[in-house]
Design a protein around this ligand. Structure first.
Ligand code: CA
Length: 230
């Protein structure tokens, strides 16, 4: 199997080297380190990697800016991004996720945790297709998004239009954190006219209707929701 090309964007050299060493030791990654957002954009232009590990705290161009620029570029729009964030910069983390970063790891992180996230993101991106999923089949939950049919353990579940769209969006972004603002924008179709609390209300109802499968919709405190593949 060809090795995964990973770009590490981190100005703290010790941390960058440690991440590089850890990923390469696993045997299936080749990691390149750059120390600034500018260098990251150049490296991506030279050849998009399979994954970018992006520290948000960078000199000059911030990680959030780098994320925004990458997501606006055709050659980098689909490259998965894992953000490295400080515990104190929750707003950056939320912004990064809104901009389309795939996951985040909070500093100080364990290398085992980071490696697990890297594996999960690479596995997911290998499976991701351009076309949104038309169906989902989990252990208990099954959903046919074209036929607007949802069932739990073979029992059909009646959802409102909104609940159905909410489930569809969460499933399409499974194993990723989706913020309330993003749900409002994508499911409700407008920004901030509705209180984010109403997202919580709808998620609560959706969970209730899904019974045992409702547990697959996790609350990520301070950030939003995540549908766990199960
Ligand atoms: Ca840094």
């Amino acid at each position: 199997m060809p090795k995964h090309k990973v770009l590490i964007v981190e100005d703290e050299q010790d941390i960058a080297r440690l991440i590089k060493h850890t990923l390469e030791r696993s045997g299936d990654a080749d990691a390149e380190v750059v120390g600034s957002g500018d260098a990251a954009l150049k490296a991506v232009a030279a050849g998009p990697p399979d994954l970018i590990i992006l520290d948000l705290n960078l000199p000059m161009l911030s990680g959030v800016e780098v994320c925004r620029i990458l997501r606006s570029r055709a050659d980098a729009r689909h490259v998965p991004i894992i953000m490295l964030t400080a515990r104190t910069t929750e707003q950056d983390r939320v912004t990064g996720l809104d901009l389309g970063a795939d996951d985040y790891v909070t500093k100080p992180f364990s290398l085992r945790e980071l490696t697990a996230r890297v594996r999960a993101v690479l596995r997911r991106s290998a499976k991701t297709e351009e076309r949104p999923a038309a169906a989902y089949q989990g252990t208990h939950l099954s959903a046919d998004f074209d036929a607007v049919a949802v069932a739990v353990d073979g029992e059909s579940v009646r959802l409102t239009r909104r609940e159905f769209e909410l489930l569809r969006y969460l499933v399409q972004n499974k194993n990723r954190v989706v913020s309330r603002d993003r749900l409002l924008e994508r499911v409700w179709g407008y920004d901030r006219l509705v209180e984010t609390r109403s997202v919580d209300v709808h998620v609560g109802r959706l969970r209730g209707k899904l019974g045992g499968a409702g547990r697959q919709i996790e609350t990520v405190v301070g950030l939003g929701y995540r549908f766990i593949d199960s």
